[in-house]
Design a protein around this ligand. Structure first.
Ligand code: ADQ
Length: 738
């Protein structure tokens, strides 16, 4: 912990959609006004103390020459330039018309538009680029909210060792909702590039774990809230946000009596005008109160204050119209010459006045249909410095997870809400006082500073790792799948059975891996094939076991027991051409680069080439390969030249399965494929639904594999389990999904 605290002093980069001030183009050029709000006032002091950079969108399209500086601030501001057209798709589009409704489980409102998505990706990349320019080793990048869910991965690709943390301010939906998103995997990959991912409450964190486990096949540890993502471990946590307690308390103590409060008692609603906040439902619940308890007529008023929000978006315009009509209808129904049941203000109210209103309202009706946390509930209880009021709070707000002393309601149930209002309005002082005292005590302690500190401390702590993959996990993933079937186990060699080393000749099979493979080979119900980019003879000479099948040159050559030797018929045309290509590549003469000739294919290795020279070299090598009539494919620190004959590791696996077991092979055989290389992705894609596939090693690019394994040790555990698994006599096919 001491270490974590020391590291808690490192500079931070804050990435959020908006900068800590709003920008307007006025008569004197660009004018800045500081943004109000808890997030800015919580993070600003941290940046002032530690230094760093705030990266965000100024909210308007800056001209090329226009610069933004934060006068007198001891930290930098990096505005991300977004054109108006891009803002329409990135902000109003993908962020607010796709992610916002979907993540609030209001999926019927979500619009899916590929062009919005592409702009979102491009704008996220711009944030990542700004963060990469501002980042120095030792900094921590703290990315905020649903507008920037791809940025962590985009940043990680350029700064692999960066410390990256993310906090989501809205709910994370259950898997069944999340998977409606056409780009759901990309978002998960985007986030998993972080070291720490924070949510408001544990329910959202568990939803996230469900999604990465079910959609990406990642290993998760629910006890320690960890996700294994390739060779990295990601910490997941819940960090409920708080408010500036002292500030709200002081404002409530200082505020003059609210003008809005007359002789009636006030039931108060304060929200951004947003369909997630449940304003029409709240008005109907209030109407129900007046129906059920006519005594409240002329005695109680619903004061609804709604701050305009996202008013360019059609849904929000429609919502405004709906509320206007509802207020008119209810007032028309119940109003008397001296009383209107609903007072509706469509505007922002300054924070000090809001504090007075909170203090003077008898009941706060905070009934969102879904809300990440909801700060209004917290602000209301903080401001109860005189006669204690009662908080009626939606169970579907994150705040309900901790604010147990509120009267909790289902916002979709007008009767329950009406009864809760009645209970609140008739509650005695002893009960109101007890509830408010407990609520305030918690908010005072877990204020916004606590939130910042606890999040940054967690972000600075050394990561735990998941316990290594065990036989029992493989039993869970594969036991039922294999049971009663022949198992065909396909394994890549380099990076899968042996760790990646400087030179292919040094990649030797460990004795323990050899024994695990032997145990598989001894079983009548198991066939093992090694599928490698190496020459067939080369890979066979490393593994040696004659009982296995070998596919070399990415499957262009195959040999194994009971199989007619296979060599793709078009290869002869390429045999001589690789010599010429090799000579051309060698002529590039870059230190550390070398070519490996493999008959009809060739690999150009650049692992030992100095980093700054690599990009240009790769470009040149690819051009030469393509100009020679080969396909250029990326591999681990290498470019492969392959004959463009539509054959790859996936085709080779199908060839082996059909040759050995016949066309109806899937009736008898269950397939497992394990690989670490980009060339294995061909097999992962082709075998989707036909096999269970495992991608080994770093999760730097998305994979089509069904599951991920961190390293060669985990592969060994898998091969051992296959060799030792229980045998079933029955060959009755079972219905198990691949
Ligand atoms: P929001 O959806 O904006 O925040 P909320 O948490 O309630 O929702 O915060 C709204 C803020 O706006 C409050 O500070 C409130 O005082 C202020 N406000 C509302 N109406 C106002 C009015 N008419 N005049 C002036 N001020 C007004 C998102 C998530 C939430 C999460 C926060 C913080 O949707 O669930 O709690 O981020 O993480």
């Amino acid at each position: 912990m001491a270490k974590a605290q020391a590291e808690n002093e490192r500079p931070i980069l804050v990435l959020s959609n908006r900068l800590p001030f709003t920008v307007h183009r006025g008569s004197r050029g660009l004018e800045q006004r500081p943004s109000a709000g808890g997030l800015v006032s919580a993070l600003e002091p941290v940046l002032r103390k530690r230094g760093g950079t705030w990266i965000g969108w100024p909210g308007i399209e800056l001209q090329d020459k226009e610069q933004l500086e934060l006068e007198g601030a001891p930290y930098r501001v990096a505005p991300v330039r977004i054109t108006e057209k891009e803002a329409t798709r990135y902000y109003h589009g993908f962020s607010n018309r796709t992610l916002w409704p979907l993540f609030h489980s209001l999926h019927e409102r979500a619009r899916f538009d590929r062009r919005d998505w592409e702009t979102y990706r491009r704008v996220n990349q711009r944030f990542a680029d700004a963060a990469v320019s501002a980042y120095s080793p030792g900094d921590i990048a703290w990315v905020h909210d649903y507008h920037l869910m791809l940025t962590p991965q985009q940043m990680r690709l350029k700064v692999p060792d960066a410390q990256i943390a993310f906090f989501l301010h809205i709910p994370f939906p259950p898997y069944d909702i999340f998977r409606l998103l056409p780009w759901e995997e990309d978002l998960l990959w985007g986030l998993l590039a972080c070291d720490v991912i924070g949510f408001h409450v544990s329910g959202y964190a568990h939803n996230f774990l469900d999604c990465v486990e079910r959609r990406l096949g990642a290993r998760v540890d629910r006890e320690n809230m960890l996700v294994e993502h390739g060779d990295r471990t990601v910490q997941i946590g819940s960090f409920p946000i708080g408010i500036e307690f002292d500030l709200y308390e002081k404002q409530a103590l200082d505020a003059p009596p609210s003008k809005e409060v007359r002789h009636e008692r006030i039931v108060l609603g304060v929200d951004r005008l947003d369909y997630t906040k449940g304003i029409p439902e709240r008005i109907r619940a209030f109407e129900r109160l007046l129906e059920l308890y006519p005594d409240y007529r002329e005695e109680v008023v619903l004061l609804q204050i709604a701050v305009p929000s996202r008013s360019q978006v059609a849904e929000y315009k429609e919502l405004k119209r709906e509320i206007d009509e509802l207020v008119g209808r209810v007032n028309g129904r119940f109003a008397t010459s001296s009383w209107s049941p609903i007072r509706y203000l469509y505007r922002a109210v300054p924070q000090d006045r809001l504090a007075g209103l909170y203090r003077d309202a008898h009941v706060a009706l905070v009934t969102p249909l879904r809300d990440g946390m909801n700060l209004v509930a917290k602000e209301y209880v903080t401001c109860q410095v005189e006669d204690p009021g009662v908080l009626v709070l939606s169970r579907l707000a994150g705040a309900a997870e901790t604010m147990h002393e509120a009267l909790l309601v289902n916002p979709y149930n007008p009767d329950e809400c009406a009864e809760a209002m009645h209970r609140a309005l008739s509650m005695d002082e002893a009960e109101r006082g007890s509830r408010v005292a407990a609520l305030r005590r918690r908010e005072r302690r877990y204020n916004v500073d606590f939130w910042v500190r606890s999040f940054l401390t967690a972000a600075a702590e050394d990561r735990q790792t998941l316990r290594p993959a065990s036989h029992s996990e493989f039993e869970t993933w594969l036991g039922a799948y294999l049971s009663g079937y022949q198992c065909a186990l396909f394994l890549d060699y380099d990076g899968t059975l042996t760790p990646i080393v400087d030179h292919p000749s040094k990649a030797l099979l460990a004795d323990s891996m050899r024994s695990a493979l032997e145990a598989c080979a001894e079983r009548a119900d198991t066939d093992v094939a090694i599928v490698s980019g190496r020459k067939l003879e080369d890979v066979r000479s490393h593994v040696t076991d004659p009982r296995l099948t070998y596919a070399g040159n990415h499957g262009l050559e195959v040999s194994g027991p009971d199989l007619p030797p296979f060599r793709h018929e078009d290869l002869v045309h390429y045999l001589s051409r690789t010599d010429d290509l090799a000579k051309e590549l060698e002529r590039l003469g870059v230190e550390g680069a070398w070519t490996e000739r493999k008959g009809p294919t060739l690999t150009f290795h650049y692992r030992k080439v100095a980093e700054p020279k690599r990009d240009a070299l790769i470009e040149e090598a690819r051009s030469l390969i393509i100009a020679s009539g080969f396909q250029a494919r990326d591999a681990h620190c290498a470019v492969e030249a392959r004959p463009p004959i539509g054959w790859d590791k996936g085709r080779a696996v199908l060839h082996i399965l059909r040759s050995r077991y016949g066309r109806a092979w899937s009736e008898r055989v269950r397939v497992i494929y394990v690989g670490d290389d980009l060339t294995d992705e061909d097999a992962f894609r082709l075998l989707a639904g036909l096999a269970i596939t495992f991608r080994v090693g770093p999760a730097d690019v998305p994979t089509a594999a069904s599951r991920q394994l961190p390293n060669v040790d985990a592969v060994k555990a898998l091969v051992e389990w296959v060799g030792q698994r229980e045998t079933f006599e029955s060959h009755t096919p079972r219905l198990v999904d691949a």
